[in-house]
Ligand binder design. Structure first.
Ligand code: F6P
Length: 361
């Protein structure tokens, strides 16, 4: 009987529990494997007392649950583990501890569920001899080698609902409403929610924006009698002559820098250039929380079951992905090289432009 470990790393995403459930059910019911759940990503392989056996009962009823029942963190890279020593931040290499703890726990293979950062760590452990299978995860949909990642659809639903809500109040008050959405350095959430919510302007990291072009769009709408405008701003959006905005509050020196503030910064500039009242909404983690959409539950289920099949075929160093709506496998190292961003020939982008949505160009 094989023992398989599973961990979820990086930011959580709706659909993670569907993956865990599918892994546990497929592993036990079809392959008679034992499953060990590792808590809080790779941290659970560094610190003691963070592993537990997962049974069918543990995964019963978790499909509609957001987050991850195993916990996660985007801090604990075992190859460069940041900690405080004598008041200073130092980085330690704990990879040998992880390799030791996996062996000690009798874990034959690991299923690692995560975004590009977590999968890059998984690849490094694979290079050190760990038997690893990857499952791609992120609400940002920015991973190459998969058409979609689970979590994205739920995030888009949430953002679209917010754009819908802003529409009614923007129209009543004749305001310009800016909504900042997540997505890191990819504009997928902004593009999808902006189109689905009927935004007038969509700003994405892939297309640096000119403020004048946004002002022109607002004025053009005014002249047509639409005295309000909705602007969806990806957190990674930047002006033609400037950089991304980063959060200045709650800066966590043990975690990577967080994007944030793009919409506020733009609102300040627009305030000088239009007569309209302007308001800013930052949707933030509402996009990551809550119950997964049916699509994300299904994608998570497909990925989880397919990952166990990779384990059964001993295809180490491979990751599951989605191609033509079917799961397939690809080497992790191939999948993590480059981010999946919105390309100029994306058909939704082309259609949105043809329908008059302004991208700040
Ligand atoms: O990668 C997912 C994501 O939600 C990004 O869209 C966002 O930039 C980041 O994580 C936020 O991270 P945190 O949860 O650490 O604030």
């Amino acid at each position: 009987m094989k023992t398989i470990g599973i961990l979820t790393g990086g930011g959580d995403a709706p659909g993670l529990n569907a993956v865990i459930r599918a892994v546990v059910k497929t592993a036990i019911l079809s392959y008679n494997y034992k499953i060990m759940g590792i808590e809080d990503g790779f941290e659970g392989l560094i610190k003691p007392g963070k592993m537990r056996k997962l049974t069918l009962k543990d995964v019963s009823g978790i499909l509609p649950k957001g987050g991850t029942i195993l916990g996660t963190t985007n801090r604990g890279n075992p190859f460069a583990y940041k900690c405080k020593e004598d008041g200073k931040i130092v980085e330690k290499d704990y990879s040998h501890i992880v390799m030791h703890n996996v062996r000690e726990a009798g874990i034959d293979a690991m299923i690692v569920v995560g975004g590009d950062g977590t999968l890059a760590i998984a690849q490094k452990f694979f290079d050190m001899g760990m038997k690893v299978v990857g499952v791609p995860k992120t609400i940002d949909n920015d991973l190459n080698a998969t058409e979609f990642t689970f979590g994205f659809d739920s995030a888009v639903d949430e953002a679209t609902d917010a754009v819908d809500r802003l529409h009614t109040t923007a129209e009543s008050h004749h305001r310009v409403m800016l909504i900042e959405v997540m997505g890191r350095n990819a504009g997928w959430i902004a593009l999808f929610s902006g189109v689905a919510g009927g935004a007038d302007v969509i700003l994405m990291p892939e297309i640096p924006f000119s403020v004048d072009s946004i002002v022109n769009k607002i004025n053009e709408r005014n002249e047509r009698g639409s005295k309000f405008s909705i602007i969806v701003v990806a957190e990674g959006a930047k002006p033609i002559d400037g950089d991304e905005s980063y959060q200045e509050v709650c800066v966590d020196r043990l975690a990577p820098r967080r994007l944030g503030g793009a919409a506020e910064r733009l609102a300040d500039t627009l305030f000088e250039k239009t007569e309209h009242e302007i308001r800013v909404t930052v949707l933030g983690h509402l996009q990551r929380g809550g119950s997964p959409s049916a699509y994300d539950r299904i994608l998570g289920t497909k990925f989880g079951a397919a990952a166990v099949r990779l384990v059964s075929r001993e295809q180490w160093g491979m990751m599951v992905g989605l191609r033509n709506a079917q799961t397939y496998e690809i080497e992790i190292k191939e999948a993590i090289g480059e981010l999946h961003t919105v390309k100029p020939d994306d058909d939704l982008l082309i259609s949105a432009k043809e329908m008059g949505i302004c991208f700040g160009e």
